[in-house]
Design a protein around this ligand. Sequence first.
Ligand SMILES: Nc1nc2c(ncn2[C@@H]2O[C@H](COP(=O)(O)OP(=O)(O)OP(=O)(O)O)[C@@H](O)[C@H]2O)c(=O)[nH]1
Ligand SMILES: [Zn+2]
Length: 291
Amino acid sequence: MKDGIIIKKYNSYYYVQGETSVIECKLRGRFKKNRYSLCVGDKVQYTLLGDETGIIENIFPRQSVLLRPLIANVQQVIITFAAKNPDFNSSLLDRFLVLAEYSELDIIICLTKIDLLNRAEIETLVQEYQKIGYTVIKVSNVSHEGVEKLTSLLNNKISVFAGPSGAGKSTLLNRINPKLNLKTGMVSDKIGRGKHTTRFSELLSLPEHGFVVDTPGFSLTEFNDLDERAISECFPEFNKVEGSCKFNSCLHLHEPQCKIKNAVDHAAISENRYQSYVEIMDEIKKTKRGF
Ligand SMILES: Nc1nc2c(ncn2[C@@H]2O[C@H](COP(=O)(O)OP(=O)(O)OP(=O)(O)O)[C@@H](O)[C@H]2O)c(=O)[nH]1
Ligand SMILES: [Zn+2]
């Protein structure tokens, strides 16, 4: 038996990346009886039936499951934001960070288009997030600065790229693996892509045994199902503040003697980040009230 990873699912066929090629596999009958639903990212063992066809015999336990899109064994998310064009938006970045933290993924922030902003401005952006403890990789798809560094962080892992439209995700992925040949360009040129053709999540192979997920619809900006009590835990710098709030149930909004608001007053937590927290909490409350 050989080891592989499911990179695509179509009807009842699973496309398994083996050591050197992709094998079209069916599932052994006993799995069907158990209604076990395999998904992209699952690690399996298969036997070859022909040169390019096989049968899945074994499924390894999952390390993680990402629900939207449904992918097993995702280890990290690369949150990709442009330094300029579109303008850098820290409140939007914070939203992506909270959703990634909530999903318990490892996080890398990738700041693209650094060729469009001066060094001092870039450092100010980057330091705000490095201070919190995030890894920030600065990349230019024009000068290629930073691309190699990011590529090395993708080796032997399944990574999801997330970020607003136009951040440069497709350009970057094409740079990392030119064989991917993903469509890039202005948003308006891409409209219609995926509209008439149903797209399924697919893992794209990278050099050095890494995979990335190609899901154009993946935006990570839905807060609907989040529990408001868990949001403060998605701000790593909040967790580092010593002491406790007066109330155990403190949501760090309007309550008196709150250690988080106190930390903001003393600049131990940045005003911007706290503001993002308040906005997200507001949004969750509104959804709950049914607005
Ligand atoms: N100056 C500069 N332009 C870039 C860089 N990276 C991408 N671009 C340009 O930015 C535009 C958007 O890039 P894409 O790679 O299509 O962006 P995307 O994140 O894949 O967008 P969606 O597919 O809509 O999510 C294109 O016109 C690219 O040529 C960069 O590092 N520097
Ligand atoms: Zn508090």
